[in-house]
Design a protein around this ligand. Structure first.
Ligand SMILES: Cc1cc2nc3c(=O)[nH]c(=O)nc-3n(C[C@H](O)[C@H](O)[C@H](O)COP(=O)(O)O)c2cc1C
Length: 194
């Protein structure tokens, strides 16, 4: 393995300047195969992680697995007395989903590292999955939705324990649209220099 890449990489900077999410509902086949996704996840797992705890895990949901999640979301919407809109919002991404990587925050309670930092590492992993997938030429979109915050759904869908939460559901597939760029933050309003 090479030393730390200290040299300025224009390719990496150009990538960061242009990367954007595209709506998952516009994605189409093909999706990455197992080898391609393994490369993406291997690169993504090179993530900051205080204490080297690996306080996260991932579940790959393939097309065939989406139907089960859509059914579970429907069952939870009904159990919660949700209306048609809640049902549609809850199951929509699973009805349309082709491939998704579910990043689960799995903090280690016994560790000295604060749980907040462990959850942040799971968020960083989500962003790294987005980066690795996009850099590999795929469309990527980080979604959640109300079922991802419903403990019962997460337990049944992804085997989440009480301590675990869904940090993100990253859909990865072939982009079909190129939407206009969205406005980006005004740094002068957000950064204070001391
Ligand atoms: C934790 C988290 C959850 C998100 N959940 C959703 C979601 O459920 N639905 C949605 O349309 N966008 C969601 N987004 C927003 C998109 O992932 C994305 O940030 C937005 O489309 C613009 O992304 P870009 O800055 O990568 O272009 C979420 C973002 C984050 C960080």
């Amino acid at each position: 393995m090479s030393a730390h890449p200290a040299a300025r990489s224009q390719a990496a900077l150009d990538y960061l300047a242009n990367r954007r999410s595209l709506p998952a509902k516009t994605f189409a086949l093909p999706v990455p195969d197992r080898d391609q996704l393994t490369e993406i996840l291997t690169l993504a797992a090179r993530v900051p992680d205080h204490g080297k705890l690996e306080p996260w895990r991932m579940v790959v949901v393939q097309r065939a697995g989406m139907a089960r999640l859509a059914d579970l979301a429907r069952a939870r919407a009904e159990a919660l007395g949700g209306d048609a809109e809640k049902l549609a919002k809850g199951r929509g991404q699973y009805d349309l989903g082709l491939l998704a990587v579910v990043v689960i925050s799995s903090p280690k309670a016994a560790a000295k590292v604060p749980v907040t930092e462990q959850i942040l590492s799971a968020g960083a992993l989500c962003m790294n999955v987005v980066h690795a997938a996009t850099a590999a030429g795929w469309g990527a979109c980080w979604l959640t939705g109300w079922p991802a915050h419903d403990a019962e759904f997460c337990a049944l869908a992804f085997g989440c324990t009480e301590a675990e939460t869904v940090a993100g559901i990253i859909h990865i597939a072939t982009p079909t649209v190129d939407l206009p760029a969205r406005p980006r933050p005004d740094l002068s309003a957000l950064v204070r220099w001391e």
